[in-house]
Design a protein around this ligand. Structure first.
Ligand code: SF4
Length: 417
């Protein structure tokens, strides 16, 4: 690769990247202070767990999956996974879980290099929602035993087609039923107004995040999935608080400005792709650069869309939370998922799909039951499946993936697929 090519393949930096770093630093440093001083209660929450309730009850909220992604991106994961395996946690289960528990056992965290923080914050309570998988509950259960703190959460329906009223009501009740236990841990009385305020902020964050993502429907797209996977961090950790809204109010005009000035994330964008499945955290840059070289822009993904909760409604907070956290892609059946990707195709006009078959996350892998073939039959859009993993790079062959992607783009160019 020539120097010129390398320069064009690099991701274009965003001016708001400094602000993003600040939002994340504030998040972790606030948690670290509270963990050391004990002056604020800390809830650990699964990434699509009931964060608004926790924020509304005054908890600081820590997201272990976000830490898992950091372990993947910093490539610490493969070194620490064996320590969780030695505790009986299989190499075949979620590698966020195994890398996070392994890192804890080894007393390692990427937070040290990033923020000079020596350890993840100590939880006062752990709160999951099984809408995404059972692994989050088993993951949190390990820490609940270790710290001897309460484990609580929501058990939800899975593989849902049409969402039924009884499902929403039942999940809403489960969310409401969390309150007495959280009051006991937090030492506070539930305050409906404060809760509604968190719901409002979370909804605003979601709306802004969706608008940011949809700027990628422009041709050329102002950003790629690889950019969005980084800039989505506030949509995960700062929903329900002002910082999430503030961040996307800065990012959005920057994206709109790129569109107005015809600035594409990929020079001379030629191919538009959809990413289905988990990111491969340790290879974001390499994949981004390879695809840029091939003039291919990944314009949309199921993954980044998973933090849009627009059903949230302060007038009906429990039921709207139940609906928002149930209508997510990962919770739905195959037919719904196919329709969802077809709708994305209508909006983003991509001409190929990359399915990531993540070895340790069957929950976020959708290529194993014929979906790529069915989608191609319905839309004519071809797909390539790459085998890898979110964190465990021992399941990933760089050379094989590179070759498969190259061949896929060549085929797109030749109109052979
Ligand atoms: S959805 Fe997949 S990656 Fe996320 S916690 Fe569950 S198993 Fe892990």
């Amino acid at each position: 690769m020539s120097d010129k090519q390398t320069a064009t393949a690099k991701r274009k930096a965003f001016e708001c990247s400094g602000k993003l770093k600040q939002v994340m630093a504030d998040h972790f440093l606030e948690l670290d202070r509270a963990s050391q001083s004990g002056d604020r209660k800390i809830a650990w929450c699964s990434s699509v767990g009931p964060a608004e309730l926790l924020r509304g009850m005054g908890f600081l909220v820590y997201y272990p999956e976000n830490h898992g992604a950091m372990l993947g991106a910093s490539r610490m994961a493969a070194d620490v996974i064996p320590y969780a395996n030695a505790e009986g946690y299989s190499p075949d289960i979620c590698s966020y879980l195994t890398s996070d528990i392994g890192a804890f056992l080894k007393e390692k965290t990427p937070l040290t290099k990033a923020y000079n923080i020596s350890a993840v914050p100590r939880p006062d309570v752990l709160v999951f929602n099984t809408n995404q998988c059972r692994d989050v509950k088993d993951w949190f259960a390990w820490y609940a035993r270790h710290f001897n703190v309460p484990l609580t959460g929501v058990h939800t329906y899975r593989d849902i087609g049409e969402i039924r009223d009884y499902q929403v009501k039942e999940i809403a009740q489960q969310i409401e039923d969390l309150i007495p236990g959280l009051e006991a841990v937090g030492g506070v009385k539930f305050d409906m107004d404060r809760f509604k305020e968190a719901v409002v902020l979370s909804k605003k964050t979601s709306q802004l995040w969706r608008t940011c993502l949809e700027t990628a429907s422009a041709v050329p797209s102002p950003w790629t999935f690889f950019d969005a996977a980084i800039h989505m961090a506030p949509a995960v950790v700062a929903r329900g608080i002002r910082a999430g809204v503030d961040y996307y109010e800065i990012l959005l005009p920057e994206l709109e400005d790129r569109i107005q000035n015809g600035i594409g994330a990929v020079e001379d964008e030629k191919h538009r792709l959809y990413w289905e499945g988990m990111p491969i955290w340790g290879k974001l840059r390499a994949l981004s650069e390879q695809l840029s070289e091939l003039k291919a822009c990944v314009v949309a993904s199921t993954y980044c869309n998973s933090w849009i909760y627009e059903q949230l409604d302060p007038a009906n907070p429990f039921e709207s939370m139940a609906l928002a956290y149930t209508e997510l892609f990962i919770v739905r059946d195959e037919a719904y998922k196919e329709q969802y990707i077809q709708k994305c195709h209508d909006l983003y006009r991509f001409d190929g799909i990359i399915f990531h078959d993540a070895k340790t996350c069957p929950n976020n892998t959708n290529s194993r039951y014929g979906m790529p073939e069915r989608l191609r039959g319905k839309t004519g859009v071809p797909a390539v499946i790459i085998n890898g993993d979110l964190n465990d790079l021992r399941c990933y062959s760089e050379e094989q993936t590179k070759t498969n992607i190259e061949a896929f783009i060549e085929q797109l160019e030749e109109g052979m697929v």
